[in-house]
Design a protein around this ligand. Structure first.
Ligand code: TYD
Ligand code: MG
Length: 459
């Protein structure tokens, strides 16, 4: 068949292609970004997929009966970082591609360099487009781990990276960051959507063909989404998010997508002088500064992934200085706070409309668990009444719009965590079925309505 040159018009900004030229890209709305591109006219493009040419049948993967597919647990690489292994579902899968996103300065480079240094017995290649080998070495010195098999490369061009990979033959590759890479295949500046997509595509093909796992670091835009095309998240096997407050020491790594494991697990690290260390007992770490004498403090038993974690909630309620009362939260959804305040106003008759309400989750962690509701309510009431909640009291229940106390998942696990940490009272929903005798030393207080909480704690 005669090869005929075909062309398409590709947007330099977003990478979409169109059969004809347009002034404005309909996808990203940028002007003058379409450029003409010849598309390869190799036989694979022109021969229909169903035509049984000799070459066609001999190349590529062949269908296998699923019973014949061999798989062993060794296909997972132990990264020597227990938290990281757990988030991934038991280690890095060979040939997988993982994207780690997070805000600048949160510790992505630190975590990945640590991983590369710690992986004993594995040859690792840490490619950085952001730092020089000297800067990486400085960081490694701070972390204080040495590894003879860890190679660093300061490079942004993918063809150069691949030629070094051929020489080094690493067993794991880290790329910091995908936004700094460029490939000659696309004419656009580094960090543009089409560059990101193409570079990620090349790395994806490398990972799948070589079986070497690749970890990409990705930047996050101001609104908290991964910078780059959404398609990047679809391309990779696993998307991890690195969260936390830069000014606090705790950091959480959460899986948002995981082809090889659950997205329930999280890893908790603390950032200190020598890099990131695994927090073995997050509950006691997050509530260690608990001060019983102060009003406005309460403890919630939340669940992050499969692990129960005790978290301290602090509220400050004061008379509004300006006309409109302020509501401000750290680590908690402000809409949820407003909803709970409305419930308190309507059901318990607390007039919070003229009050400023500030709410903090200590430790700088962000929590979505609805089981935090009751502790939030208790904190707000405690600060408003200026009555401290007992030091050994904790909460685990959701609060509904009509002031009802709703049950939460895995209550047994939550109660036993509270019991383990020496709490002696836990407020839960009446609708959470639990056998109190199983938890000696802790009094389980099942309540049905918010008014009961007021009666028990603040009457
Ligand atoms: P970094 O890994 O550079 O963040 P990212 O790659 O996500 O932008 O980490 C940046 C912060 O971490 C920096 O402000 C300093 C701090 N840090 C420590 O506190 N201790 C350490 O041992 C290291 C290496 C960094
Ligand atoms: Mg970095």
């Amino acid at each position: 068949m005669a090869a005929k040159t075909k062309t398409v018009f590709v947007c330099k900004n977003c990478g979409m292609d169109y059969p004809k030229w347009l002034g404005q890209c309909p996808s990203c709305h940028q002007w003058n970004t379409l450029v003409e591109k010849a598309i390869s006219t190799a036989t694979e493009q022109n021969v229909p997929a169903w035509s049984f040419s000799k070459e066609g049948s001999a190349t590529g993967a062949i269908p296998l009966n699923i019973r014949e597919v061999e798989f062993s647990q060794q296909d997972r690489i132990d990264t020597s970082d227990t938290e990281f292994n757990r988030i991934l579902g038991g280690g890095l899968v060979s040939g997988s591609i993982t994207l780690l996103g997070g805000e600048p300065g949160i510790g992505k480079s630190t975590l990945m360099l640590q991983l590369a240094l710690r992986a004993k017995g594995l040859r690792t290649l840490y490619v950085s487009g952001e730092e020089s080998p000297q800067q990486i070495k400085m960081r490694a010195e701070r972390i204080g781990i040495t590894n003879d098999e860890c190679y660093v490369l300061s490079e942004t061009r993918t063809d150069a990276i691949f030629s070094h990979i051929k020489e080094v033959k690493p067993a794991m590759v880290v790329v910091d960051s995908i936004q700094t890479l460029t490939t000659g295949a696309v004419e656009a500046s580094a960090g543009s959507v089409s560059q990101i997509r193409e570079c990620a595509g090349e790395l994806l093909r490398y990972a799948k063909q070589s079986g070497v796992p690749v970890i990409l670091i990705g930047h996050i835009t101001k609104d908290g989404t991964l910078a780059g095309p959404k398609i990047l998240e679809h391309m990779v096997d696993t998307v991890l998010q690195f969260e936390g407050d830069r000014n606090h020491i705790y950091r959480i790594v959460r899986a948002i997508k995981n082809r090889f494991g659950s997205t329930d697990e999280i890893g908790i690290y603390s950032m200190n002088g020598g890099g990131l260390t695994v927090v073995d007992n997050p509950s006691s770490a997050l509530i260690s500064q608990h001060n019983s004498q102060l009003s406005g403090n309460s403890i919630a038993v939340t669940l992050e992934g499969m692990r129960p974690i005790m978290i301290e909630v602090q509220a400050l309620v004061s008379s509004a200085v300006y006309g409109t009362p302020q509501r401000s939260t750290t680590g908690y959804d402000i809409k949820r706070l407003n909803m709970l305040l409305a419930v308190l106003e309507k059901r318990v008759g607390f007039h919070l409309g003229s009050k400023d309400v500030f709410l903090n989750i200590t430790g700088g962690v962000r929590v979505d668990d609805p089981a935090l509701d009751l502790a939030v309510v208790a904190s707000v009431l405690s600060s408003n009444e200026d009555i401290a909640i007992g030091e050994k009291t904790c909460f685990a229940a959701e609060v509904g719009l009509s002031g009802e106390i709703r049950p939460v998942t895995r209550i047994e696990q939550r109660v036993s965590e509270a019991q383990k940490l020496g709490f002696n009272i836990i407020f839960i929903s009446k609708y959470n079925k639990i056998v109190p005798q199983n938890y000696p030393g802790i009094r389980v207080m099942p309540i049905e309505r918010i008014e009961q909480l007021v009666k028990f704690c603040f009457a």
